[in-house]
Design a protein around this ligand. Structure first.
Ligand code: GLP
Length: 241
């Protein structure tokens, strides 16, 4: 059965997840962390930066992989997930640039870049994979219909995802229609998975994910196949459970 923790606020849920990450890195300083972007983990990352500044933990030996990236955006583009990671976490938390593994969204050959990243991801399982969830139940950019066996690949984004991410753009006018994402099988390879979801907009996706039925129509429900998934929710996201 999935482990579920429901906390009153997004702040407390984020604190809980940050503490889990800090505890893991204290116990295993050279771990591999799988990281996520989106609005949801920003508070977690701010807390990790604070923990480093307070001397509680060091990320200097941690190796990272990231779930996904928009096609066409290199790390100098403000809307790339690479830029997000540097801005929200890497630059403030003392990560070693040589241990950061990001997808190059600006690669001329996207299929080749996906293949490069696929091999890198499979070379070592993540000790912990952090996930958010889309309102349509997507994880990474594995949209509804993504098979449980999927690996790193180029995908087309759904209209719901394009609309959901539109307000978060800093520089672009429109969300890119394609992305490179780790697959469901890559995510399931992690030793531990932590899903953070906050706010009532995620309540329906959380309900479907935890219904007990594993269905490609709700990609996050496929996490039910993993033995060590911890769902950390605020009351809004847990509203329909
Ligand atoms: C994005 C990302 C996902 C993220 C999800 C929810 O498009 N590809 O990794 O979990 O959508 O994002 P947010 O946290 O902003 O709601």
């Amino acid at each position: 059965a999935a482990k579920i923790t429901i906390l009153p606020t997004a702040e407390e849920a984020s604190q809980f997840v940050a503490e889990r990450l800090v505890t893991l890195v204290q116990a295993k300083p050279a771990c591999r962390l799988g990281l996520a972007t989106g609005q949801t983990p920003r508070r977690v990352y701010a807390k990790l930066v604070a923990a480093v500044q307070e001397g509680k933990v060091s990320f200097a030996e941690v190796e990272t992989i990231n779930l996904d990236e928009y096609c066409g955006l290199g790390q100098s583009h403000l809307d790339s997930f690479a830029a997000y990671m540097h801005r929200e976490l890497f630059s403030g938390a003392g990560f070693d640039p040589s241990k950061i593994n990001l997808i190059d969204g600006a690669a001329a050959d996207e299929t080749a870049e996906a293949a490069r990243y696929a091999a890198l991801v499979r070379s070592r399982p993540a000790d912990l994979q952090l996930l958010g969830i889309g309102t349509n139940g997507h994880i990474g950019f594995n949209e509804p219909g993504s098979p449980a066996t999927s690996r790193v690949r180029v995908v087309e984004l759904s209209q719901e995802t394009l609309d959901a991410n539109q307000p978060t753009l800093l520089e672009l006018d429109r969300v890119p229609k394609h992305a490179i994402t780790m697959g469901i099988a890559d995510i399931l390879d992690a030793r531990e998975i932590v899903v953070l979801a906050t706010g009532t907009a995620k309540a329906e996706a959380i309900r479907k994910s935890l219904s007990g039925q594993q269905d490609e129509a709700c990609p996050a429900s496929l996490l039910g196949a993993h033995g060590n998934v911890h769902w950390v929710l605020d009351e809004g996201a847990a509203k329909l459970l």
